[in-house]
Design a protein around this ligand. Structure first.
Ligand code: SF4
Length: 489
C-alpha cells in the first residue's frame, strides 16, 4: 500500500512545501525508530508499555504508528487499510532515500576519461560477483574521496578502514586552499562531472578538521554539489554541527550522517536537535546495544577483535567491506593519492579494498601527470595478447548438464559448451596468456583465434577475469596488471 498521488511530499530536497503534520510524522517516526534501534532500555520499556515509552521521549505518536515498522503490527492488523498514514509517509521517505542512492550510483557510472569509465564498469560487475548483489548494491562507488586530516581522534574499535591515531590536520591556509582548488580542478578534468559524488573523509572524521566547512564550500563552488558529511563527533560542538547542517542543507546536501557509537551519544544528539532538524540526517547505529540488529563489517580494525566481539560482526562467510570508492583516495595532508576499489576484506586485504597504484604530488601539474600514469598503468580497456587469463579466485567452475558454468556469490554465467575440461583448466589455472589460450583452442577445436579473443574480452568486461594486484604489504609495488603487449582484438 502506498500514498495516492498528491499525498506524497519529497523531503530530501526542500521540505518547506510539505505540510507540518507530514514532516512531523516522518521526523518523529524516524526518531522513535532510531531510539528503538540504538537504546536497549527504550526497547525494553517499549515492549513493556509502548505508549508510556513514546511519551517519555516526547514522541507525538501512538504505538500503532510504529508496530508495522517493527515487523509485528502489519500482520497483526491483517488489513492493509488500517496501516496509519504516518507509516506510509515514512515508507515513502525511505523509498526517496533509496532512489537517491540509486541515482547517485548511476550518476557516477560515466567519467570523462573513457579508460576510467570502462575500468569502473568492470569493477562494479566484479563487486557484484565477489560481494553478492545485496552487499554490492549498497556501495555507491564514488570516484574519489579526500582526507583532510592524518588519522582520526575517535579510535573506534570496529573502524572498517583501521584509521590510525590522529596526527594532524590540513589547515585552510592560502597555500593549502590554492592546492585544494587546483586538486579539485585537475580531478574534475579527468573524472568529469561525477567527481561531485566524492566526499571529504575516509579513515578520518571530517569534524576533526576545524576548517572542514571551508573545504566543503570550495568543493561546492567548483563541483556544484555539497558532499555528504558523516561524523561520529557531531555531539561535541553542537553549535558548530548545527551551523554545518544548515550550511550543507543550503548547499543542497540531501543526506548527512551521524555515526552513533554510544547510546548516550544518541541521547545527546536527540536533546540538542529537534526531530525536524535531523530529518535528513541518518543516525547509524554502531553502538554495542544495537549490535545484533546492525552488524558491523568484519573489516579493518574490527578483524582484530573478531575473536572477542564476533557476534557484533557480519559472519565470516558473508562478504565484508565498508569501502565505497572505485577511483582515487587522497590524503591532502600527505599530498598522496591511491587508486582503490572495494573487495571482500581478508587477511590479504584487511581494509576491504585493493590498492592498485599510489603516488604523491606537490602541484596540480604533478597530480595531472600522476593520475594519467595511474590510469595508463592500471585501467586497461581491453585484454592484451600477453595478459594471463585466469578466473577470479572466488569464481567456482562446475560442469552442469554438459555446460561449463562459472559462479560466485553474485554472478553466474555459462562459459563453454565444448572442450570443457581444457577451457576449465586454462581459466582456473591461469596457465596461458590470452594469445596462447586462443591458439591452443584453435588447434584443438578449430575455434577461430579472433573468436576466442573476443570471448575472453567479454569475460574481462564482465569482471570475471582475475585483476587482483599484489598487496602493498608484500613489499612488491602494486602497479600495472598484466604484461605490456599488443591489444588482444
Ligand atoms: S569509524 Fe570513523 S570515526 Fe571511527 S575511527 Fe574510523 S574513521 Fe574514525
Amino acid at each position: 500500500m502506498s500514498l495516492r498521488n498528491g499525498e506524497f511530499h519529497a523531503l530530501l530536497d526542500d521540505a518547506s512545501g510539505a505540510p507540518a503534520d507530514y514532516v512531523r510524522d516522518v521526523a518523529w517516526t524516524k526518531r522513535a525508530l532510531e531510539r528503538w534501534m540504538v537504546d536497549r532500555k527504550f526497547r525494553d520499556r517499549f515492549a513493556e508499555d509502548a505508549e508510556t515509552a513514546l511519551k517519555e521521549i516526547g514522541a507525538p505518536l501512538v504505538p500503532e504508528q510504529l508496530y508495522p515498522l517493527l515487523g509485528d503490527g502489519g500482520e497483526a492488523s491483517g488489513n492493509e487499510r488500517e496501516v496509519p498514514v504516518s507509516v506510509l509517509r515514512y515508507q515513502e521517505f525511505v523509498n526517496e532515500k533509496l532512489s537517491y542512492r540509486r541515482a547517485l550510483r548511476a550518476h557516477g557510472q560515466e567519467t570523462s576519461d573513457q579508460r576510467m569509465a570502462a575500468w569502473r564498469r568492470r569493477q562494479l560487475k566484479r563487486c557484484v560477483g565477489e560481494l553478492g548483489a545485496s552487499r554490492s548494491e549498497a556501495i555507491v562507488h564514488a570516484p574519489a574521496a579526500f582526507e583532510l586530516s592524518k588519522g582520526c581522534t575517535v579510535g573506534c574499535w570496529f573502524c572498517g578502514v583501521a584509521a590510525p591515531k590522529f596526527d594532524h590536520n590540513l589547515p585552510y591556509t592560502e597555500d593549502n586552499a590554492e592546492l585544494w582548488r587546483t586538486t579539485l580542478g585537475t580531478m574534475k578534468s579527468v573524472v568529469g562531472e561525477s567527481l561531485s559524488d566524492a566526499f571529504l573523509y575516509w579513515a578520518t572524521d571530517p569534524l576533526d578538521n576545524p576548517d572542514y566547512e571551508h573545504y566543503l564550500t570550495d568543493f561546492h563552488r567548483i563541483l556544484g554539489r555539497c558532499p555528504q558529511t558523516t561524523t561520529a563527533i557531531g555531539h561535541k560542538d553542537v553549535e558548530r554541527t548545527r551551523r554545518l547542517l544548515e550550511l550543507a542543507r543550503d548547499l543542497g546536501s540531501k543526506v548527512d550522517r551521524f555515526s552513533i557509537i554510544g547510546t548516550s551519544l544518541l541521547h545527546q544528539l536527540h536533546d540538542a536537535f529537534t526531530a525536524e532538524e535531523l530529518l535528513r540526517v541518518e543516525c547509524i547505529p554502531q553502538n554495542k546495544e544495537a549490535a545484533k540488529l546492525y552488524r558491523k563489517s568484519n573489516a579493518g580494525r574490527a578483524r582484530k577483535f573478531a575473536h572477542k566481539r564476533g557476534d557484533e560482526l557480519v559472519p565470516e562467510a558473508s562478504s565484508s567491506t565498508i569501502a565505497c570508492v572505485s577511483g582515487f583516495l587522497f590524503n591532502m595532508v600527505e599530498r598522496s593519492v591511491q587508486l582503490i576499489t572495494p573487495c571482500n576484506a581478508s587477511d590479504r586485504w584487511p581494509l576491504g579494498y585493493w590498492v592498485l597504484d599510489k603516488g604523491t604530488f606537490d602541484t596540480g601539474a604533478e597530480l595531472g601527470e600522476l593520475v594519467e600514469a595511474m590510469i595508463a598503468r592500471s585501467m586497461r580497456t581491453r585484454l592484451r595478447l600477453g595478459d594471463p587469463v585466469r578466473l577470479r579466485s572466488d569464481v567456482q567452475v562446475t560442469l552442469e548438464e554438459g555446460l561449463l558454468v562459472a559462479s560466485s556469490l553474485g554472478q553466474r554465467m555459462t562459459l563453454a559448451q565444448k572442450d570443457l575440461e581444457d577451457v576449465a583448466e586454462c581459466l582456473t589455472e591461469g596457465m596461458a596468456s590470452a594469445e596462447d589460450f586462443a591458439i591452443r583452442r584453435e588447434r584443438r577445436t578449430g575455434t577461430p583465434l579472433p573468436e576466442t579473443l573476443a570471448w575472453l574480452n567479454m569475460l574481462f568486461d564482465e569482471g570475471l577475469l582475475d585483476e587482483e594486484p599484489e598487496p602493498a604489504e608484500s613489499g612488491r609495488t602494486p602497479v600495472a596488471l598484466g604484461m605490456p603487449g599488443r591489444a588482444a582484438s
